[in-house]
Design a protein around this ligand. Sequence first.
Ligand code: AMP
Length: 399
Amino acid sequence: MLILVVNAGSSSLKYQLIDMDGEKVLAKGNCDRIGIGGHIAHKTSDGRKFEADCTFPTHTEAFEKLVETLTTGDAAVIKDMSEISAVGHRIVQGAEVFSETTLVTDEVIEKIDGLAELAPVHNHAHALALRACKKVFSADVPQVVVFDTAFHQTMPPEAFMFGIPYEDYEKYHVRKYGFHGTSHRFVSKALADAMGRPQEGLKIVSCHLGNGSSITAVKDGKSIDTSMGFTPLDGVIMGTRSGCIDASAVTFLEKKLGLDPDQMSDYLNKKSGFLGVSGISSDNRDVCQAVEKGDKRAKLTTDMLCYEIKKYIGSYTAAMNGLDAVLFTGGIGENSCETREGACEGMEYFGIKLDKELNKKTRGTLTKISAPDSKVEVWVVPTNEELLIARDTLALISK
Ligand code: AMP
């Protein structure tokens, strides 16, 4: 059974075609520059490639090109779109409206669009893509939506509320939602399987560290707290995002720099983080290279990340009243032994002891990297959000 996984942004449409018999990716690609031109880059699992400039006034034309590329030409992988059984879409914000994977109806699309105020960059684009997909695919191909926020809907109120007047939470839905839920759900389950334990009874701190990063306390397979908040800006320092910052510093800087709220949002989301502190790059590899050359601000940046991760591990251990395992995933979590070592250093009190040699050797593979006598297990667990979306889609349409 073939499932198409779609991750739509305002001007892009990333996709993977997955054969669920063996969970194999047949082809993947990206249609981008939607609305401002158009370009498709497509690759098959056996190494064939197709790339072209196109005209994509809207997501509809991008979907049409995607269909054409999958079914015709040198990089085709299927004969007809009828071979695709369902489409699974990644949706960033489901707020309190969606707490689980959902079958798409016109009403569902309206609700996703209605949440655009809570995710201005993403949700409207998702709605456009869902409508376009409906036009291009026949009506009997089910579409399914999987929400980044859904996994965190199990957080208790004391974890998700902000200390603001309650009426504003009720009226404007301002609260912590958390993101990267698909990844945290995937890796925490994969870790339980690797440990040979049921999720029930397991206390895990899941560290998804990439260009965007979030850390989640997963107890009994459920999210009970997470570092990202109302938007994906909160939590640890990220590529270009500041992470947690005192709100008074924001209003102070707004006045000092003469910025309006949108410019301030840009400052915190696009000019801060690794880029802002190091002054070098938003990319962890570039910052780490500068550390090796003795750059002090680069060192400060990487130290900040490790220190913040450590604090989340400590506070979530308190929240869960214990800790069985810490896992690292995402581009940085899976590949940067320096970050993992820095985050786990001086954590003996918590029962965390890394096998430093094994940690150094581990890159992107499911591996236990804690020392044999470590009370808490530490793992690298590669994430695969697309596969989880495909699995969810399959599970829902099989019902
Ligand atoms: P992601 O958003 O999950 O794709 O992760 C992107 C981040 O992972 C970037 O900051 C990269 O620099 C970082 N990254 C990828 N590979 C490595 C590596 N080998 N060592 C250190 N950081 C890496």
